[in-house]
Design a protein around this ligand. Structure first.
Ligand SMILES: Cc1ncc(COP(=O)(O)O)c(C=O)c1O
Length: 382
């Protein structure tokens, strides 16, 4: 099997998460809305998980709406909260995940004005450029990603939140890549809402949450009265239990995790620096401890990705493939990176089950692949 180095895409479940979920997969599990003992047991498991998530995030249990993941949480917020009849715009950014970009396009086609803030060359929203834009806009919603999934760059949310009128503007952040990797205490951060997904913090796929301190105007999924009447449908009990356990583990492991991940990331980046011309995107900005988004100017990203895969290393490419045409990442484009370089982008995202040895082996293989290129190619690009 390959060494798995794509944890920003999804992270394997923690063994204790699997153990916590198993009884809810193997035994009869009641519907949490049922009144009999099976139902009450399921309800109690869901509410215990909610309390664990609330403790990780420093928020109230009642502000958590369990969803099927980050995508649904982002859609719920954008489609359920934004008032389409208002003239007030929505402010977001050019470096959002598609689960924010696509609902924003739908809001625009419904007549809502959407303003997208730009990042600087280091991948962080440019605060000086943002200030007059936000002041002139008087927005109803500010929604900016907490840490970008490609670059790992952490966005200046507190500074952005301080620029809006908090009585009329809700501040939301897609924190899918940040929860579990960064200590994120909502009681200190002064955000109104965040979205996240369990499988990025060693929980199961297909479950996540919108955490919000105001009631969305309308429901995204109509049906039963589950999740404070905001998200109809029988709860994913086993998944929610897994999320609760992942949240508890993330809280306990946070400090060690940050040290372990950044030690491995830094070890990789110091080896990468020996490769002439190599670039790490966003290296000058504060970043997630586990992410290196890099390019070697004379090595096409997808070719390198496939070479690494053949050699037993699973990483991600930074470009998107639409109808067989490879397009450079919209995040790198927004940062002003030339298409030619952006098409070479590769993302390394490290997890807790990776070792220094994994990273050393990857760096050695990368160096060997580069060394095997004809000298004329290497020299021409440097
Ligand atoms: C920043 C960000 N937001 C949202 C999502 C969507 O999460 P999910 O696929 O779990 O719905 C992802 C997943 O990659 C992400 O990285």
């Amino acid at each position: 099997m390959s060494i798995y180095l794509d944890h920003n895409a999804t992270s394997p479940m923690h063994p204790e998460v699997i153990d916590a979920m198993l009884p809810f997969l193997q035994n009869p599990v009641g519907n949490p809305s049922s009144l009999h003992s099976y139902g009450r047991m399921a309800r109690s498991a869901v509410e215990s998980a909610r309390a664990e998530v609330a403790q990780l995030l420093g928020c109230d249990d009642s502000s958590i709406i369990f969803t099927s993941g980050g995508t649904e949480a982002n859609n719920m917020l954008l489609k359920g909260y934004v008032d389409r009849s208002s003239q007030a715009p929505v402010i977001s950014s050019e470096i959002e995940h598609p689960s924010v970009l696509e609902p924003l396009k739908q809001l625009q086609s419904d007549g809502v004005e959407v303003i997208r803030l730009k990042p600087n060359a280091a991948g962080q929203i440019d605060l000086e450029a943002a200030r007059p834009i936000i002041a002139a806009a008087d927005p109803q919603l500010l929604s900016v990603i907490y840490a970008n999934n490609e670059t790992g760059v952490i966005q200046p949310l507190p500074a952005l939140a301080a620029m809006v009128d908090r009585d009329s503007c809700l501040v939301h952040s897609d924190a899918t890549q940040a929860v579990g990797k960064l200590p994120l205490d909502l009681s200190q951060l002064d955000l109104d809402a965040i979205s996240f997904s369990a499988h990025k913090l060693r929980g199961p796929q297909g479950v996540g949450a919108l955490v919000i301190n105001r009631k969305p105007r309308q429901r995204l999924i109509s049906g039963g009265e589950q999740e404070h009447k905001l998200r109809g449908g029988t709860e994913n009990v086993a998944g929610i239990v897994g999320l609760g356990k992942a949240a508890a583990l993330a809280r306990m492991e946070m400090e060690f995790k940050q040290q372990h991940l950044s030690r491995l990331r830094d070890a990789f980046e110091s080896r990468l620096a020996n490769i002439p011309g190599s670039v790490v995107f966003g290296q000058q900005a504060p970043r997630l401890p586990n992410t290196t988004y890099f390019a070697i100017p004379y090595y096409h990203g997808e070719t390198l990705l496939m070479e690494l895969d053949r050699a037993g290393f699973a990483l991600a490419s930074g470009s998107a493939c639409h109808s067989a045409v490879t397009e450079p990442s919209h995040v790198l484009k927004a940062m002003g990176v030339e298409d030619n370089l952006a098409l070479n982008a590769i993302r390394l995202s490290i997890g807790m089950d990776n070792s220094l040895q994994d990273i050393e082996q990857l760096a050695t293989k990368l160096q060997a692949l580069v060394d095997n290129l004809p000298a004329v190619i290497r020299q021409a690009a440097v």
